[in-house]
Design a protein around this ligand. Structure first.
Ligand SMILES: CC(C)(COP(=O)(O)OP(=O)(O)OC[C@H]1O[C@@H](n2cnc3c(N)ncnc32)[C@H](O)[C@@H]1OP(=O)(O)O)[C@@H](O)C(=O)NCCC(=O)NCCS
Length: 156
């Protein structure tokens, strides 16, 4: 993701997260400026941006961890594997340092939860009223650190 992608990502946010304070241009600029954040977009062959995601690489060299901050795909392109590609790209970035990966997801977001579970995430906690202004609850999910051959497979 570069600054020129932000307007389109703001447009997608408003469609994808209408009830939960969708990110603004300021939010995306701040996230892009974070030195430990990795932001990516998915584009069609014609150059249209149809998805975006971001992960923060946190912790220390001895105890690294990562936190997925966002992921979204244009509803016109759902269920075509784009979300999976974005998620795998974030897991690959996290895998370069190692450590567990965390995220929050609305408890009623069955589609996203299914995708995360397919990629090794497990629910480890519940955060009441996490999303605003909807007041929706969130699960915290965690994917354990990968080791050995599993890392090679994810990065391949
Ligand atoms: C979650 C999201 C990013 C998935 O993107 P996508 O491109 O449709 O995902 P994929 O096509 O790669 O699907 C991956 C898996 O997710 C699950 N999934 C996706 N959509 C689903 C749905 N409507 N119902 C049930 N499972 C679903 C399935 O397990 C799917 O694998 P399968 O198609 O082989 O069964 C997309 O639905 C989205 O943008 N949702 C709104 C934003 C959002 O909720 N982001 C997550 C915030 S935590």
């Amino acid at each position: 993701m570069s600054p020129k992608d932000i307007a389109r990502c703001v447009e997608l946010e408003q469609v994808l997260f209408p009830d939960d304070d969708p990110w603004t241009e300021v939010s995306f600029r701040s996230e892009l400026a974070g030195p430990h954040n990795r932001y990516l977009v998915a584009r069609t062959e014609t150059g249209r941006t149809v998805g975006y995601c971001g992960v923060a690489l946190l912790g220390t060299d001895a105890h690294p961890e990562a936190e997925i901050h966002t992921i979204g795909v244009d509803p016109a392109c759902h269920r075509a594997g784009i979300g999976t590609l974005l998620l795998l790209a974030m897991l690959a970035a996290a895998g370069e340092r190692g450590g567990p990966v965390f995220l929050e997801v609305r408890t009623d977001n069955a589609a996203a939860i299914a995708m995360y579970e397919r990629h090794g995430f497990h629910i480890i906690g519940l955060r009441k009223n996490y999303y605003q202004p909807s007041g929706a609850d969130a699960y915290t999910m965690r994917r354990p650190a990968l080791t050995g051959s599993i890392v090679s497979e994810v990065l391949a």
